[in-house]
Design a protein around this ligand. Structure first.
Ligand code: ATP
Ligand code: MG
Length: 566
């Protein structure tokens, strides 16, 4: 192969790669870090993970898989006040559930506290860090603005000895919260605000979920993050765009400390319309009772999506589909819903369920008789086999599938009209019975015994087919009809004096009593089904054998599509 040809091949290959893969492949070609690829997913355990984190997990673990590398799970646990073991455990569970494995490589920034302390001492000794007594509002005030240089702290000229002694005394607990900080001595006039003597350590007298009361000084995120990457010899440190402006600071620390230089690459965070993704706001929804916990099936958290019935495969496919971008952009949540629909269509057994039941009696069907009919478990998957349906004289159908006085385009059941009962017979409506308030309590029909599905008579055509369950055999169930949590495309867009919570969709949850096919009942939590004509549903973890509870994962079609067409 001659040279130009090789280059062309490479260019072609590069075009099918995302920009991060291009960087990684170029580094491998150039034998940077001996061709090693080592990434990490670095959550702060101060909340549950959401779909944005899933994107980052898929990206980091995905790159390691693709390039025969490794990916660490590292908790960035540098703030004892907001972090907890509950969050650590939930994060581990979520990463595992998504299908990724960190092997032996579970790390905590708190494991490096001693090392960070040594790094800080080293910088003090080099005259590159100092203890400052200004309060945090004073520091913010004297920092200046991007166009106006900051003021040098009066404590900036402390001697190395004085700084070493004060920093040791900070560690020993001699000072109260906020009385002193350790700052890097960089440049108070830098156009990059992050280089204006940023805080490296603050005093927080609080118990840490792993180190207990061993420490009362804690490194800032900016001082801990890059150094953690370096300690773990991370080759490609992937983070979201807001950290682009922090990069010069990380590089300054690395070069002053002469430690392993991880390469930071920034990508645009995943944003979805109709969705809130800030942990702080999600926490408000939980704490203020707008939802029933972090795993409420309306939450965009991984635990919420799991309980809603999402599969890890659907989330991973979604992460690939949205790709990695260098600029912020908002993805239509319909794309996420499409991913789960597509996956569930392939894998879900079909069953019939009636969620808004009305009784239907077949007057010419013998009382006390029942018969077994056959239906495919999943028409998309012939290997899934057949299921048995029990048919009898009294059924439930959807109230919405009947109209006494129908408009022109209504083709389902009406007085005098025939429809097919799915996998069963053609029936004809003869009469309706109402209660004193005028509500229909019973629809009376006759059936045509010659039209049973699978027999020659079944070829007779009628305009519509509706689903049903046998009243005597079906199992009552609680059915939770979830919808989008926010009714505004941009939940943060709120009227004055109001916030994102004013955009909560009042119809995001409706609970109804329905009936499901009896064949369903050996149920396990998270078993997933397609309720024919209604949508995809899964068994909720509050379900009991006596009182099954189903969550609607997603409707069969996108009911919100009219709003946005991408
Ligand atoms: P907050 O929600 O308070 O802004 P955070 O989401 O940044 O916090 P971290 O625990 O620091 O919380 O995030 C862990 C990793 O997940 C980081 O590397 C971060 O860049 C990435 N991440 C967070 N949100 C998103 C998102 N929406 N899209 C892609 N990656 C994300
Ligand atoms: Mg963060």
């Amino acid at each position: 192969m001659n040279k130009p040809e090789k280059k062309e091949n490479r260019e072609e290959n590069d075009r099918s790669l995302n920009f991060i893969e291009q960087i990684v492949e170029a580094d491998i070609r150039n034998k940077k870090n001996e061709g090693r690829v080592h990434t990490r997913f670095p959550p702060e355990p101060n909340g549950y993970l959401h779909i944005g984190h899933a994107k980052s997990i898929c990206l980091n673990f995905g790159l390691a898989e693709k390039y025969n590398g490794l990916c660490n799970l590292r908790f960035d646990d540098t703030n004892p006040i907001t972090e907890s073991v509950e969050y650590v455990d939930s994060i581990k569970e979520d990463v595992r559930w998504l299908g990724f494995d960190w092997g032996e490589r579970l790390y905590f920034a708190s494991d490096y506290f001693e090392k960070f302390y040594e790094f800080a001492v080293r910088l003090i000794e080099k005259g590159k860090a100092y203890v400052c007594d200004l309060s945090s509002p004073q520091i913010a005030e004297e920092r200046g603005t991007p166009t106006r240089p900051g003021k040098k702290s009066p404590y900036r000229s402390r001697t190395v000895e004085e700084n070493l002694s004060l920093f040791r005394r900070m560690r020993e607990g001699e000072f109260g919260n906020g009385e002193k900080v350790l700052r890097a001595k960089i440049d108070m006039a830098s156009p990059n605000m992050h280089l204006r003597d940023p805080v490296m350590y603050r005093i927080i007298h609080a118990e840490h979920h792993r180190t207990g009361n061993k420490w009362c000084i804690y490194p800032t995120y900016d001082f801990a993050h890059g150094q953690s990457d370096s300690i773990e010899k991370i080759t490609h440190s992937i983070c979201t765009l807001e950290f682009e402006v922090h990069r010069p600071l990380y590089e300054w620390f690395i070069s002053e400390l002469e430690i392993f230089p991880s390469r930071q690459i920034e990508f645009a965070r995943l944003e979805l319309n109709y969705t809130i993704m800030s942990k702080r706001k999600l926490m408000q929804l939980v704490n203020e009772g707008y939802v029933k916990g972090w795993d409420d099936p309306r939450m965009p958290t991984i635990s919420g999506l799991r309980r809603r019935g999402y599969t890890p495969e659907a989330i991973r496919n979604f992460a690939v589909r949205v790709g990695v971008a260098k600029r912020d952009n908002i993805i239509d949540v319909a794309l996420l819903e499409h991913s789960i629909r597509e996956d569930l269509n392939k894998r879900s057994p079909r069953v019939m369920a009636v969620i808004n039941p009305v009784r239907l009696v077949i007057t010419n069907y013998p009382e006390g008789k029942s018969e077994e009919l056959e239906a495919p478990v999943n028409p998309e998957n012939p290997d899934a086999g057949k299921r048995q349906l029990t048919f009898s004289r009294e059924l439930f159908i959807e109230r919405d599938d009947f109209m006494e006085d129908p408009p022109k385009k209504f083709f389902r059941l009406t007085p005098g009209r025939e429809v097919r009962l799915k996998y069963a017979y053609i029936i004809k409506c003869e009469d309706v019975i109402k209660d004193i308030s005028g509500e229909i309590t019973e629809i009376r029909c006759t059936y045509d015994p010659e039209t049973r599905s699978g027999t020659p008579g079944s070829t007779r055509k009628v305009k519509s087919t509706i689903h049903w369950v046998s009243a005597k055999h079906a199992k009552p169930a609680e059915i939770r009809l979830f919808d989008r949590l926010f009714s505004n495309e941009n939940p943060d867009e709120a009227e004055e004096e109001k916030d994102f919570k004013s955009n909560i969709n009042p119809d995001s949850l409706k609970i109804v009593d329905g009936y499901v096919e009896p064949e369903l009942f050996t149920l396990n939590v998270l078993d997933r089904f397609q309720f024919e004509r209604l949508g995809y549903f899964c068994v909720d973890n509050s379900s009991t054998p006596d009182r099954p509870v189903f969550n609607r994962t997603v409707t069969l079609r996108d009911a919100w599509a009219k709003i946005k067409n991408r």
